[in-house]
Design a protein around this ligand. Structure first.
Ligand SMILES: Nc1nc2c(c(=O)[nH]1)N[C@H]1C(S)=C(S)[C@@H](COP(=O)(O)OP(=O)(O)OC[C@H]3O[C@@H](n4cnc5c(N)ncnc54)[C@H](O)[C@@H]3O)O[C@H]1N2
Ligand code: MOO
Length: 425
């Protein structure tokens, strides 16, 4: 792989623009945790990023226990098949007498196994008469007995530092009794929508008039950020005016860790993000060989005091803003917020469409609709229209189809990389 290049010029052709993998490499090279830590109750920690390894202070489970309701016994006694029932043990019993040799005990799921017993027969497989149980033949030694520490040994890492805590991690924390955890503080983000045409739904200016559009990007990005460990410190619309943009970026940089803008990212006369970023700090990338999302930019804004504020400039077209956020913005947020992002789950799905002439040298992310083909197998359609402003193309599709730079044509039935939107949760 070639070294990633930094792009300092505009009006590039696809073969001169940064490729997707180069952009990802530049992002990763320039991002590390910028937030501090705090200790909170585990019950409030869902969605937060763990700032410490959580170590099991005891084995999980703590004691050997029955996996089924039935009868516990010593496997060596199975030669006799019919055993007297000497005791009863339920989940929650704590003072457990050892098994009397040559007997079985009535036991219930989760109850501690008595010393001397190593196997449990399911009650459905047993017959009883008064104080005796007849056990089934053929049970293996250790059957239906869950071992102490079979989930975690004492000292094992129950949940790793950098994990974004989901319900399964809440369960893992509870399984080792972790009532409080050190987490990273939320990443402070400012969201700015650039454009004279933009209006906020619900503002007091009445109906939309020709020339105006509702600010859809802010609503979409607020939603995407809500799923991440983020505190939205400020959100507003800013006018397409160089001084306004510059002041807004400068002010925001003093109050947050990351500024995300949409719009004004290309090189029209009304597009000021690039010049303002260059004036206020450092640009790491601009102009990608991808579609949609070509004019995305990433950099950092210098502060008078403290570390630089990171900056992500998304294109104004809503689909481009969405795709760029999924591909780059989300990972940026996670890395800055201390998380160790997991690879995106992608699946190879047969294409239910063909491509006759795609431009070489750029990676395309098509909107994909899952369907079944003529033989009833899962396949993916391409959303019939490509427009970068079509919100309906996002609500009616299930994920992105990734077509790499080298591909210029594709036959129906060829497996393509499909990235479900849910993989970006
Ligand atoms: N001559 C060229 N024109 C364009 C180029 C180019 O290379 N040369 N690139 C095109 C591509 S690709 C994209 S993407 C857009 C992105 O440009 P900007 O980031 O400068 O975006 P704007 O011009 O401000 O807006 C584009 C489009 O999106 C609408 N928009 C903007 N913000 C919002 C919002 N918050 N909510 C809803 N819709 C929004 C805006 O009204 C425009 O229609 O440039 C192409 N042009
Ligand atoms: O490629 Mo732009 O980023 O959608 O129109």
């Amino acid at each position: 792989m070639n070294e990633p290049r930094l792009i300092n010029d505009c009006f590039l052709h696809d073969q001169e623009r940064l490729r997707h993998h180069e952009a990802v490499a530049i992002l990763r090279a320039n991002l590390s945790t910028v937030v501090g830590t705090e200790t909170i109750n585990s019950s409030d920690a869902l969605g937060r990023v763990l700032a410490q390894d959580i170590i099991a202070p005891h084995a999980v489970p703590l004691h050997r226990n029955a996996a089924v309701d039935g009868y516990a016994f010593a496997h060596v006694d199975l030669v006799r098949q019919r055993l007297p029932i000497s005791n009863k043990i339920a989940a929650g019993d704590t003072a457990i007498a050892p098994l009397k040799a040559g007997t079985a005990v009535r036991i219930f799921t989760g109850a501690p196994m008595p010393n001397g017993a190593d196997s449990v027969a399911m009650q459905e497989d047993c017959t009883t008469d008064v104080d005796f149980v007849t056990l089934p033949l053929g049970l293996k030694s250790g059957a239906n007995c869950r071992l102490a520490g079979e989930d975690l040994e004492k000292g094992d890492v129950a949940v790793e530092k950098g994990t974004r805590l989901r319900p399964v991690h809440a369960a893992a924390l509870a399984s080792v009794g972790a009532a409080q955890v050190a987490v990273y503080k939320k990443l402070r983000v400012t969201l700015l929508s650039s454009g004279n045409e933009l209006r906020t739904p619900g503002d007091q200016k009445g109906e939309l008039i020709t020339g105006e559009v509702w600010d859809t990007n802010a609503a979409m990005l607020r939603g995407l950020l809500a799923a991440l460990p983020v505190e939205l410190v400020h959100q507003s619309i800013i006018q397409d005016n160089e001084a306004v943009v510059r002041n807004a970026l400068e002010l925001a940089s003093t109050k947050c860790d990351l500024i995300i803008t949409t719009g004004g990212a290309s090189r029209g006369q009304e597009d000021h993000m690039l010049s303002c970023l260059d004036a206020l700090g450092k640009r790491h990338l601009w102009q990608l060989a991808i579609k949609p999302g070509r004019p995305m930019m990433f950099g950092q804004i210098q502060k008078v005091e403290g570390s630089d504020c990171l900056y992500l400039g998304l294109p104004g077209n809503p689909v481009a803003a969405f795709v760029c956020f999924l591909l780059y913005g989300r990972e940026m947020v996670l890395r800055l917020a201390g998380a160790n992002p997991q690879p995106i789950a992608a699946f190879m799905v047969p294409a239910n469409f063909e491509i006759t002439s795609k431009k070489p040298d750029r990676r395309e992310f098509l909107r994909g609709v899952l369907t079944t083909n003529e033989t009833g197998e899962l396949a993916v359609e391409r959303f019939p229209r490509d427009g970068s402003g079509l919100i309906s193309s996002l609500t009616q599709s299930h994920g992105l189809i990734e077509i790499d730079e080298e591909t210029t044509s594709l036959n129906r039935g060829t497996p393509v990389r499909f990235l479900p939107y849910s993989s970006f949760d």
